[in-house]
Design a binder for this molecule. Structure first.
Ligand SMILES: [Mg+2]
Length: 252
């Protein structure tokens, strides 16, 4: 069968692998299962994700990595003048589709741009907010990689892209189009890859759970990342403490 795995809170928390996950993924691959990684985290490029997985002992290729930055890039056309606020993963995917990435030196440079794309950006500051504000108020489209409000570290929780989006929404009154799970652009990206038996495993009901429901696949909820209130509208097929436990339940 095919496994669609969220990364943050399922495979790792930032730079620490979650107990048993690496072994579980390796086992699935040895048993001939197809494993793909579907993440709303736009910070790393596909190559960087492959390298990070390799550091932890997981072998993956470009076709196995699906990020919210890729989903956002499907909404951008070649030659579009784009203000990209994000890390390498977002910049690379926008470059891949031929976007003209504009780096404003003065506020006026942000005026009249076609599109603002906002992703997780750990250097996010007032200048970024101001540029986005000027661009959007002068007519730019507003795209965001994802709405995740927070990012789980091992013990603590820090702001996610949704928190940065909220700042720009407050400043402009504009609502973004979201690209990542559970929204349409990511659904369109993943749907052609589905096989008869596919399961999505994630730690967040509002993104991973809704995404699985929209794809019409099983959802395995793990408690190794963020903890969200139970939502009776989001079906959960299986739940367990970790990916390793879900894999054990499915393949023994
Ligand atoms: Mg997660």
């Amino acid at each position: 069968m095919q496994w669609l795995l969220d990364l943050d809170g399922v495979v790792w928390t930032l730079d620490t692998p979650i107990g048993g996950s690496v072994e579980a993924i390796t086992r699935l691959q040895e048993l001939g299962h197809q494993v793909r990684f579907v993440t709303n985290n736009s910070s790393l490029s596909r190559t960087q994700y492959i390298d990070k997985l390799a550091r932890f002992g997981v072998v993956a290729n470009h076709e196995q990595i699906l990020t919210s930055a890729m989903a956002a890039a499907t909404l951008v056309k070649e030659g579009e003048r784009v203000l990209a606020i994000g890390e390498r993963g977002l910049i690379e995917e926008l470059e891949n589709v031929g976007a003209d990435l504009v780096v404003p030196k003065r506020l006026e440079d942000a005026e009249g741009l076609d599109t603002v794309v906002l992703g997780w950006y750990r250097q996010f500051g007032y200048a970024d907010m101001s540029n986005a504000c000027v661009a959007i108020r002068s007519g730019a489209r507003f795209l965001a990689t994802n709405a995740d409000p927070s990012y789980p570290l091992e013990r603590l929780v820090v702001p996610g892209t949704g928190a940065l989006v909220a700042a720009v929404v407050t400043a402009t009154g504009a609502q973004p189009i979201f690209a990542g799970k559970p929204e349409d652009p990511m659904v369109q990206l993943v749907r052609p890859l589905l096989t008869d038996e596919t399961i999505m495993v994630g730690d967040r009901l509002s993104t991973d759970g809704r995404f699985a429901a929209r794809l019409g696949v099983e959802f395995g909820l793990v408690h190794s990342g963020v903890r969200e209130e139970h939502d009776p509208d989001i079906p959960v097929s299986l739940q367990a403490g970790s990916l390793a436990a879900i894999v054990a339940m499915k393949v023994g």
